[in-house]
Ligand binder design. Structure first.
Ligand SMILES: Nc1ncnc2c1ncn2[C@@H]1O[C@H](COP(=O)(O)OP(=O)(O)OP(=O)(O)O)[C@@H](O)[C@H]1O
Length: 235
């Protein structure tokens, strides 16, 4: 069987705000695999973003261990985590955070200029179906197109993992579908392990696996025997 890209053992995260302690993750054991799309579902506050931030090296655990392949992330210092993020992780958030004064191509180039073995900005943008929009500025693009630029920017360095927090949260169904198609293409063509947090339960149907969070724990894991195409997803 394929080696997991992430392995988590007994991961806890407690936020201590002084007055109260919030147990955001409460003993998570989990393996995530290369090539898979895993969708994280669960009520607000159940720990999804906390988990994603820990996988992405943006936050530290309180207890337990996290491995990225053979490397233990837990215990790494800030400099090592920065290098880990730069070399291995792509992020896509609900809001695209593109630089308004740069074209689509130039926004992607910000990343390719500092990556070790990147594709060209044009290659990354064509992977997400934006070849005809290379020289457009963000203000000249729809929300879905801007999000696809953000995906191109995230994957241009060929990361092993793509972490997506509500990637279609700000989009209507039609443009959202194009974003989901872009994620599926990247997953298939680059083999990128793709972890997607969503409140849209329909999106679970395009995943290989669905992980349901409840109170800081993974309540259930569902394997989809058949997956539907993004174009069949509505909201
Ligand atoms: N920086 C922080 N300081 C204190 N508490 C936090 C912090 N970040 C998250 N929490 C708390 O940790 C818990 C889990 O939050 P998290 O954002 O992981 O949930 P979520 O499932 O992603 O929620 P949502 O779907 O609303 O984004 C919540 O109770 C939240 O209030």
């Amino acid at each position: 069987m394929e080696q997991p890209v992430f392995k988590l053992s007994g991961v806890t995260k407690v936020y201590d705000t002084g007055k109260v302690k919030v147990r955001a993750l409460d003993g998570v054991d989990l393996e995530l695999f290369p090539h898979e799309i895993a969708v994280l579902l669960g009520p607000s506050g159940s720990g999804k973003s906390t988990l994603l931030n820990i996988l992405g090296g943006l936050d530290q655990v309180t207890g337990g261990q996290v491995w990225f392949r053979d490397t233990e992330l837990t215990g790494m210092g800030d400099r090592q985590l920065t290098a880990y993020r730069r070399d291995h992780v792509g992020f896509v958030f609900q809001f695209y955070n593109l630089v308004a004064s740069l074209t689509a191509r130039e926004n992607v180039q910000l990343v390719t200029d500092v990556s070790r073995d990147p594709m060209t900005p044009a290659e990354a943008l064509s992977l997400v179906g934006l070849e005809p929009r290379l020289d457009h500025f963000p203000a000249e693009l729809s929300g879905g197109e801007q999000q696809r630029v953000a995906i191109a920017r995230a994957i241009a360095k060929r990361p092993e993992v793509l972490l997506c927090d509500e990637p279609t949260g700000a989009l209507d169904s039609k443009t959202g579908v194009q974003v989901l198609e872009a994620l599926k293409t990247v997953n298939e063509q680059l083999g990128t392990a793709t972890i997607v947090i969503t409140h849209n339960a329909m999106i679970r149907k395009m995943a290989h696996r669905v992980l349901r969070f409840q109170d800081g724990r993974i309540g259930s894991v569902e394997v989809n025997e058949t997956r539907i195409a993004p174009s069949e997803i509505e909201w």
